[in-house]
Structures are given as structure tokens and as C-alpha cells.
Design a binder for this molecule. Structure first.
Ligand code: KIV
Length: 278
């Protein structure tokens, strides 16, 4: 059955964000707002706030599982996070990160894992890290109907190769390669490219050159959109505070205060009171 034209995608709500509407936003000069989520309630709150894109990031490894890098998170764990996020979202575009080694071995394996994300977790797109090298895989996924978001610059799945989280593509050669990587992703059919921790001028020129939206994280104001890790901007994950993270709340502090109050009330016997008892 064909859905009516005013709906973004089958079964969706009016105003549903799709890969297509993100391109339209870029063309209209409207900035795209994206954040990460890993569970139902966070996803629901983001969607109700009007966020455009929700990424089920492999940053789950760090901010949910307490790992040191994004490398250890598994396909099964990412599927679980993606499933519960997708359940809480009506309007935003939900993108599922493919974890390290779920797509690098060969395009067939990548396709099987990306298809699981779309079929079992009901995300609408997947994200992969890498440029020219991964472009044939991106094309394979896009050819069968799975939209792909690219990720360049600081690519955390390669942290052991780089050995540092410092700004990427500050040297001319690396900047030239990043541009070629972005063009390769676009040619392969990627609908958007995330660029992480690169000089603002480079990201601005990429956003001007590419037809698909460039979503920045630590890449300055000239991108077509911005993404942050929700746990960073909410002050929940405080292990690092890179300068590109603006803190919009201090929820970690609020939680510790609330837990402390509760503990005091239990210890003093003031909780529960009569109104809180049957
Ligand atoms: O995993 C993640 O949260 C990400 C964003 C930082 C873009 O890849």
C-alpha cells in the first residue's frame, strides 16, 4: 500500500524527518540539530523536544557501559540500544551506529549487520566511520535501500591507530584526504557526513562543496548541522570535557544531590511519611 504524500515515510507522523528532508533543510539553509540516545526515555524526550536526528551512538560503550573507548561495544548491544530508542521516537530520524568490526571485514558482512539494524531495531539509517576505503561498502548498503551516514575526522573506532583524541586534519595532506573521503562517501550515496574535531574552516568548505548535509561535532559553526553526545551536553558524562561540548545542564550533579537527599531521608526515618504510606 502506498502511504499518502504528506507523510514522510510509511507509518510516520506529519513532519517526520527523513533522509530526504535533511537534504531539503540543507538546501533551505535550515540547520540540522542532532543528539545521541541509548534508551527509550531519553529518545522520547529528545523527540518531544523537536530534535531532527537521533543517533544511537557507539558512544554507548563509554557513556552507558563505562568503557574507555567505543571499540568494545558489540553488534548485539547496539541492536538492543537501537531497539529501545526507536520505540520512543515518532518524528526524528533514527540512525544506528554500526560498531567496530561489524562492517569492516567485507561489504556482505556489513550488509547483513546493517540489515539487522533496520529490520530488528527499526532504525531508518546506519552510520559507519571511514572514507574512500569504506565507500564500496556504503554503496552496497545504499544500493539495497539502507541509508548511510558517514563519519570522518576523529573516528573513535580507530583510536588505537591514532593514539590520541587531538584535532584531526590540521595538516594540508590530511585535510586534502578528508575532502576526498567526504566526496567518496557522497558519491557512494551517503545521505550525510559527520565530521568530528576538525578545523572550522575545513568543515565550512566541506559543507559548501558537498550536496549532502555535513553535521559537525567540534567542527565549528559553518556546518549544515551539529551533533553532540547527550550525556556530555547534559553534564552526565564528566570524565572529559572537550571545548566543543557546551554543557546545557549539570544532571550528574543534580542526580548526586537527589540521591544524597534520599539517603538522608531514609536514614533519618523521614521517608516515607504518612502521605506516602498506605
Ligand atoms: O557514537 C557517537 O556518539 C558518535 C557521535 C559522537 C557523532 O559517533
Amino acid at each position: 500500500m502506498t502511504p499518502p504524500d504528506n507523510l514522510g515515510s510509511p507509518g510516520s507522523v506529519p513532519g517526520k524527518v527523513t533522509t530526504h528532508s535533511l537534504t531539503e533543510m540543507k538546501q533551505a539553509g535550515e540547520r540540522i540539530a542532532a543528539l545521541t540516545a541509548y534508551d527509550f526515555l531519553m529518545a522520547q524526550a529528545l523527540d518531544q523536544s523537536g530534535i531532527d536526528v537521533i543517533l544511537v551512538g557507539d558512544s554507548a560503550a563509554m557513556v552507558v557501559q563505562g568503557r574507555h573507548t567505543t571499540v568494545p561495544v558489540t553488534m548485539e548491544q547496539m541492536l538492543y540500544h537501537a531497539q529501545v530508542v526507536a520505540k520512543g521516537v515518532q518524528r526524528a530520524l533514527v540512525v544506528g551506529d554500526l560498531p567496530f568490526m561489524s562492517y569492516q571485514v567485507n561489504p556482505d558482512e556489513a550488509l547483513r549487520n546493517a540489515a539487522r539494524m533496520v529490520k530488528e531495531a527499526l532504525v531508518e539509517a546506519v552510520k559507519v566511520e571511514g572514507g574512500c576505503m569504506i565507500a564500496p561498502t556504503v554503496k552496497r548498503l545504499v544500493d539495497v535501500g539502507i541509508p548511510v551516514m558517514g563519519h570522518l575526522g576523529l573516528t573513535p573506532q580507530s583510536i588505537h591507530k591514532f593514539g590520541t583524541y587531538k584535532v584531526r586534519a590540521t595538516e594540508l595532506e590530511e585535510a586534502k584526504q578528508l575532502r576526498l573521503d567526504a566526496l567518496a562517501l557522497q558519491d557512494a550515496g551517503a545521505f550525510a557526513v559527520v565530521v568530528e574535531k576538525v578545523p572550522a574552516d575545513l568543515a565550512t568548505s566541506l559543507a559548501k562543496e558537498l550536496e549532502v548535509p555535513v553535521i559537525g561535532i567540534g567542527a565549528g559553526p559553518g556546518c549544515d548541522g551539529q551533533i553532540l553526545v547527550s550525556h556530555d551536553m547534559l553534564g552526565l558524562y564528566t570524565k572529559f570535557h572537550p571545548r566543543f561540548v557546551r554543557r546545557y545542564a549539570e544532571l550528574g550533579e543534580s542526580m548526586r544531590e537527589a540521591f544524597g537527599e534520599y539517603i538522608k531521608d531514609v536514614q533519618s526515618g523521614s521517608f516515607p511519611n504518612q502521605d506516602e504510606s498506605y
